[in-house]
Ligand binder design. Structure first.
Ligand code: F0G
Length: 358
């Protein structure tokens, strides 16, 4: 049995939220004690906006493989193994592959991952390799990779662990539970990036489940943000060659398109565009003003909140939660876009003093 070595501490999302999740006998749980990530008040960003709304950051970069994917992967891999599957497969812009590889390793299963060649952040590629996955770089984009995964999975008896696997989204909804557990209510708005479009509906379902059980009274409006060059849902059509600096959400034909639209419409929210420039501004601001380093895609939700705030979208006193989906260390190249490399100084105190404030 995999109890994650936890005795009396946080037991991972399956055991914590068991009564809201599909049934799974305890001996089949595969866990790295994911979840229980901090909800951090963004006092400095609030000030930046004039202090009329409250902003909380759900820092999902502090999961075991440093992204929100672990919440769904614990359930998807546990159930795959419980059903006798020997191997999992996924297409990925990076984070899903890192998470799938880690949980498969923990479960003693094989992981196969297809990534767009040369288009995923280095840290994520290294994770998948280190966890022992068979990684293939596809000469195409994420959408091509996912199409191939759908075609080959059955032929080889592989379990798909992309978010078209329903257990992924079931697990991911636990993040909404945690937000409510901390706040004692649901936020007024929940903002997050939209790529393959699973997470927005996972959160929405989580909030709905908590309301059905009488744990919360209100429901948030879901605010999804796509990058300008990869915004199929906003534009209402597939984007053949998606482009954005936020490689995690460089997706032109999201698998969970309808589910995301449903979450948007049922909640009375919206899905809008943010530009790469807006994403990078929020990315830098989070790191330099709040001490929170997320990857560029993760900053899309915050960028969107800034944009909406400028338009006077929020009522005074609104409570807004933004999910920061992945850790900044995953993408060591992106900071080059917003920071200068440090100058070199002679190993001499006078030279150093002279350079400190230059
Ligand atoms: N943020 C990050 C850091 C991601 O890795 C992803 C998706 C998203 C946001 C978007 O979430 O797909 O549920 O709308 N990454 C997937 C992957 C596609 O392969 O790692 P979504």
């Amino acid at each position: 049995m995999d109890d994650g070595g936890c005795s009396g501490g946080w037991p991972g999302v399956i055991r914590k939220y068991r009564k809201f999740l599909p049934e799974l006998p305890d001996e089949h749980v595969v866990t790295l004690l994911e979840g229980n990530t901090p909800l951090i008040r963004a006092y400095n960003l609030e000030k930046e906006l004039g202090g009329d709304i409250s902003i909380y950051l759900k820092y999902e970069g502090l999961n075991p493989t440093a992204s929100f994917k672990d919440r769904g992967m614990t359930l998807a891999v546990s159930i795959a193994r419980a059903r006798g599957s020997q191997a999992v497969v996924c297409a990925s812009t990076g984070n899903t592959s890192a998470s799938a590889a880690a949980y498969a390793a923990r479960a003693g299963m094989k992981a196969y991952v297809l990534v767009p060649k040369g288009k995923i952040a280095l840290g994520k590629l290294i994770q998948a390799l280190m966890h022992g996955a068979r990684v293939l770089g596809i000469e195409g984009n994420f959408d091509d990779a996912l199409r191939i995964v759908r075609e080959i999975a059955d032929k080889r008896g592989l379990t798909i662990v992309n978010s078209i696997n329903p257990f992924r989204l079931e697990g991911q909804k636990t993040a909404a539970f945690e937000v409510c557990d901390v706040l004692g209510r649901a936020p007024d708005f929940h903002a997050l990036p939209v790529g393959n479009a699973g997470n927005i509906s996972a959160y929405w379902n989580g909030y709905k489940v908590y309301r059905e059980h009488g744990i919360i009274e209100n429901l948030p409006k879901m605010l999804g943000f796509q990058a300008e060059g990869a915004a199929p849902i906003v534009r209402g059509e597939v984007v053949e060659s998606p482009e954005t600096v936020a490689s995690a959400i460089r997706i032109g034909n999201p698998a969970n398109w309808e589910k995301a639209v449903k979450a948007r419409d049922e909640s009375g929210g919206l899905i809008e565009i943010v530009t790469d420039k807006e994403i990078l501004t929020a990315y830098k601001l989070l790191a330099s003003r709040e001490g929170i380093f997320c990857e560029p895609a993760s900053a899309a939700g915050v960028a969107g909140v800034f944009k909406l705030h400028r338009k006077g979208f929020f009522e005074k006193g609104a409570l807004v939660v933004c999910t920061l989906t992945g850790h900044g260390l995953k993408d060591p190249d992106a900071p080059n876009l917003v920071c200068e490399l440090p100058p070199t100084v002679k190993a001499d105190p006078v030279a150093v003093l002279g350079a400190l404030d230059a």
